[in-house]
Design a protein around this ligand. Structure first.
Ligand SMILES: [Mg+2]
Length: 243
């Protein structure tokens, strides 16, 4: 599938590269993954990016000391290169204070609120039985907001409220317009509902996509789990290293 370095590699993080953990801060990065990503980043001439709902700051702290090109906050932040650290659209509209206050009230011992500044996420992996109640609570919070200004993103044991106007798909389109991504053929791997926006635009950018855990519409195939994605990337990296 790979045979030349005209490729870009775009990777979701949670549930794709990394196994999901009980809390967002609890994810583990296997040390070999750092080396794999570094090799592939170099091989693609800098054309490897992480595409995540996490903030850039959070992404960097997870993979530290490694810093990679990335899309953060579902597209609120876009960083095409790490050398100059330039961030496109660094100032996404900040979340309305009323939303923040109301969502923070949903926190319990088993419900964790992640405040990203421009969006806010409610994680309930430790209390899956609260799914229905939390979805209802968040729907009612959003119903009280200016019409159409915000959207609710459902995910795996997470519900997020973010301003409309950008998503992972629009961010990938923007990313692929600038060096070192421009002119490359992207391969994207993602696992969740928010990744569907990327699979949907892949035909527009001559890209190919693979999902994880289930076959998402627009994906060419599916990996079973994150460990399979890591093993596949490691195989490519070891072949590249031999060249
Ligand atoms: Mg994911």
């Amino acid at each position: 599938m790979f045979g030349f370095a005209g490729q870009a590699i775009l990777l979701d993080i949670d549930g794709t590269l990394l196994d999901l953990a009980p809390t967002p801060a609890g994810v583990l990065v296997p040390s070999r993954l750092q080396a794999t990503l570094t090799t592939l980043w170099k091989w693609t001439g800098g054309g490897l990016a992480l595409i995540s709902g996490r903030s850039l700051k959070d992404i960097d702290s997870i993979f530290a000391p490694l810093e990679l090109p990335a899309v953060g906050g579902h597209g609120a932040e876009i960083r095409p290169t790490v050398a100059r650290g330039k961030v496109m659209r660094p100032k996404a509209p900040l979340l309305d204070e009323r939303i923040r206050r109301q969502v923070l009230q949903l926190a319990t011992r088993h419900v964790f609120i992640e405040d990203k500044g421009y969006s806010i996420a409610v994680h309930y992996r430790l209390a899956p039985e609260l799914s229905g109640a939390l979805h209802e609570a968040i729907a009612s919070i959003v119903a009280g907001l200016p019409n159409g200004a915000y959207e609710v993103l459902p995910g795996k044991f997470v519900i997020e409220i973010k301003p409309i106007g950008f998503n992972k798909g629009t961010a990938v389109l923007e990313l692929m317009e600038v060096p070192p991504f421009k002119g490359r053929k992207p391969i994207f791997i993602g696992d969740d509902i928010t990744d569907e926006a990327v699979f949907a635009i892949l035909p527009d950018i001559d890209g190919v996509g693979f999902s994880v855990g289930r076959l998402i519409p627009g994906a060419t195939g599916a990996f079973g789990q994150p460990a399979d994605v890591r093993a596949w990337l490691a195989r490519i990296a070891s072949r590249v290293a031999e060249q």
